[in-house]
Ligand binder design. Structure first.
Ligand code: CDP
Length: 240
């Protein structure tokens, strides 16, 4: 990808968005037959599936916890999901994203209800355009709810960043690659608790505050779409 001369022209981003605007977001709950719960998310050009299995007995057994379930997350990118073919299988990046995804989701689950069990969350990225970890977390939260796993709330996630000195919401690929800062955030919307915060680049203290505030606003919108997806699946249709 060639570096564009400017990422912000007359206050508009390369795809025409305002700095505080999300990419188009579509979420559908319950899309995979075999999984206990599932969801599909399109966030701009990202296409991500999440599948949840469990709670079920943990195998291998030596990984069981006597007093709680274990949340196991696997983030994986399809070889055809990126511009240069991605070598299939786990790598450092996907292991890191799997770990932070687990940590982002764990606080909303009542794992103590299911001793010796495991809840598996598989996140499969079919098309990537920056922000795949946030799209994956949004999909996984809906898939967990779709599986009927008891939850305190959903988790909503979005990245914020800085391009040409301006704080922006929901970075796309060019902005991720050529911008100054990328800060993915996940929150528990009702409690306003942050469960993921990473930063690539730098912010001043003021910029950080402004960016975090923007992330909260973005997550509120995402939360609405997540809840709508669940309502659509579980709404009792007239005549049923
Ligand atoms: O996807 P996310 O922003 O959560 O993670 P990242 O490590 O900041 O990656 C940003 C983007 O780089 C991804 O969404 C992909 O579009 C791209 N990427 C790629 O082209 N090839 C890879 N092996 C990994 C990432």
């Amino acid at each position: 990808m060639e570096k564009p001369e400017k990422l912000l022209i007359d206050g508009k981003r390369l795809d025409g968005r305002a700095p505080d605007e999300l990419r188009p977001l579509k979420i559908k709950a319950g899309v995979l037959e075999r999984a206990d719960g599932s969801a599909y998310v399109e966030l701009g050009n990202n296409k991500v599936f999440a599948a949840v299995y469990g709670p079920r007995e943990m195998h291998p057994r030596h990984d069981q916890q006597p007093d709680s379930a274990v949340l196991r997350c696997r983030y994986s990118m399809a070889p055809f999901s990126v511009e240069d073919r991605k070598r299939p299988g786990p790598d450092r990046r996907s292991m890191e994203i799997s770990k932070v995804t687990r940590e982002a989701l764990e606080p909303v689950l009542f794992l103590e209800l299911y001793p010796r069990s495991v809840i598996d969350v598989f996140i499969e990225v079919l098309q990537a355009d920056a922000g795949t970890r946030t799209a994956g977390i949004n999909a996984a939260a809906v898939a967990l709810a779709d599986a009927g796993v008891p939850m305190r709330d959903l988790v909503s996630s979005v990245a914020v960043g800085k391009i040409d000195g301006t704080i922006i919401l929901d970075l796309m690929k060019e902005e991720d690659q050529f911008g100054t800062t990328d800060m993915p955030v996940a929150i528990i919307p009702r409690k306003k608790v942050v469960t993921l915060l990473q930063m690539d680049g730098h912010f001043t203290k003021e910029e950080f505050k402004q960016a975090l505030d923007l992330a909260f606003k973005g997550c509120e919108k995402i939360y609405e779409v997540q809840r709508q997806a669940l309502k659509e699946k579980y709404a009792i249709k007239e005549g049923e």
